[in-house]
Design a protein around this ligand. Structure first.
Ligand SMILES: Cc1cc2nc3c(=O)[nH]c(=O)nc-3n(C[C@H](O)[C@H](O)[C@H](O)COP(=O)(O)O)c2cc1C
Length: 468
């Protein structure tokens, strides 16, 4: 729609410019007669007009070239279909993206969230390749590529981010009470390594603010779904979760000073689960003291039981409650993984997200001047570590539990490797922070190519291919 409006305004501007030249004016200038205020008395009016110095040959050439370019460009734009135009918009973000690198990391991040919240990012109009469509937990995903938690912590930009073409977006981590998080600076870029070190410490506006925001969006998304269904053909498969097109995950955290972690997650469930297509218990952030201890066998079992009970006590419509997932760290021993797998299977957990950031500093980050900054490392150097844990967990859970592979994904080939290692869905954060919106269609196209190249007909077929 925006593309059509833009193209028609270009066409209009061009024809206006041509009309004005046809009556002898410079592009954009009023015809001389009108400029002089005359109504047809051409000769006198022309005499009264101020003398315009004859333009130089260079100037005339430049004006001619610009008009030529505008006409050619306008003609090209007006013949482009919506898909081509959409492709241009995504490519155009590559020009703007490097400018973000000039800003402080957190300022750049705020700006990006704000741009997405105000619709100042491209909107994907091209359908995803059918090979990428899949169904998980009874929800239809247009593609398996999602935005990881931490980017839109307070659910400010869900529509804009889903509009970029992510198959799903996870908001949070959200804590029950609002909290500031750690002092700034707390996000450090390592661009050469394609990595970030962060120690945000769950800066969150809290569950009440996020619930209000999601409540407002929930209604809007519902309306959009209704209006789009009135124009779509009846046999079209509708993508998305219960709140409308696109799948929304809500990632829950705990307050730094809270003594009863389970009570915090339960509060999150009570307030936010009605808006979520899936829920995540985040017990793996390295920036909240004691949090990762909740991954121990007994602690995890008790926690999951309490959260499941809180969710199941609530009144749910026919489709049932949102699936419950646990997000784990990449810094776990074999024993830890065995324990988590046992709990996940015993309590019929709906999924695991593997993984959060690492407290380790794998090569080449170990030699980086910022390596000693406390916090979790994400991005390319995390890829192998998180993919190995993913593979182990897929084997331990015997492929019975959907896994979301996260950590160091920055290409379609990376996403494909996660899927082959056992991921049904894939998430990224750091790759997106560096690559910007243009990376999303690129990853999806590359992933579709990888699947086709190796003879898979669906994503599901490729899940765990390297573990068989
Ligand atoms: C600045 C920043 C903030 C993050 N905040 C959260 C968070 O609040 N909750 C969470 O579960 N993960 C958080 N993460 C972790 C990411 O969701 C993801 O698990 C991790 O970065 C690995 O993926 P990546 O290599 O694609 O970035 C954050 C990551 C970054 C870089």
């Amino acid at each position: 729609m925006a593309g059509r409006v833009w193209r028609s305004s270009i066409r209009e501007a061009l024809s206006r410019s041509l009309r004005s030249r046809a009556v002898g004016g410079a592009p954009g200038a009023r015809p001389l007669s009108a400029a002089a205020g005359g109504g047809g008395g051409g000769g006198a009016a022309a005499r009264a007009a101020p003398k315009i110095p004859p333009s130089s040959k260079k100037g005339r050439l430049l004006t001619g070239a610009m008009i030529g370019l505008a006409i050619a460009g306008g003609a090209y734009v007006s013949t482009a279909d919506e898909a081509t135009f959409c492709g241009w918009l995504f490519k155009a973000t590559k020009i703007v993206n490097p400018l973000f690198a000039l800003l402080d990391a957190e300022v750049a991040h705020r700006l990006a969230v704000s741009a997405a919240a105000h619709g100042l990012v491209p909107r994907e109009k091209r359908p995803d390749p059918p090979i990428l469509n899949l169904e998980v937990w009874g929800r239809k995903f247009a593609n398996p590529i999602g935005l990881a938690a931490g980017f839109d912590k307070n659910a400010e930009a869900v529509e804009g981010l889903l509009g970029l073409g992510f198959g799903f977006v996870e908001v949070g981590s959200v804590t029950p009470m609002p909290q500031e998080g750690n002092p700034k600076p707390r996000i450090f870029r390592l661009p050469k390594e394609g990595a970030i070190i962060n120690r945000c410490g769950f800066n969150s506006e809290g569950i009440v603010v996020v619930a209000k925001r999601l409540g407002a969006q929930h209604g809007k998304r519902k309306m959009e779904e209704t209006s789009s269904s009135s124009v779509s053909s009846s046999n079209e498969v509708k993508q998305g979760g219960k709140a409308g097109p696109g799948i929304l995950g809500v990632n829950l955290g705990k307050n730094k000073t809270s003594e009863d972690a389970a009570a915090d997650y339960v509060q999150g469930v009570h307030t936010l689960s009605q808006y979520a297509d899936y829920l995540v218990i985040n017990v793996s952030s390295p920036n909240t003291p004691g949090l990762r201890k909740l991954q121990g066998r007994k602690q995890l079992k008790d926690l999951v039981k309490r959260v499941q009970a809180a969710r199941d006590e609530m009144q749910w419509a026919e489709e049932g409650p949102p699936p419950l997932l646990v997000k784990i760290a990449p810094d776990l021993s074999k024993q830890d993984l065995d324990d988590i797998a046992a709990v996940a299977l015993a309590l019929r957990l709906d999924g695991l997200i593997i993984s959060n950031t690492t407290i380790s500093r794998p090569e080449p980050v170990d030699k980086h001047p910022l390596a000693a900054e406390p916090g979790g490392l994400s991005g390319k150097p995390l890829f192998d570590l998180s993919t190995n844990i993913l593979k182990e967990m897929y084997i331990l859970t015997r492929g019975k539990i959907p896994l979301i592979g996260c950590g160091g994904v920055s290409s379609g080939e990376d996403a494909y490797k996660k899927i082959r290692a056992g991921a049904t869905l894939v998430q990224l954060y750091t790759g997106f922070a560096y690559g910007g919106p243009a990376l999303i269609p690129q990853i999806k196209a590359e992933l579709a190519e990888c699947l086709e190249r190796d003879g898979f007909k669906t994503v599901q077929e490729a899940v765990g291919a390297d573990c068989r």
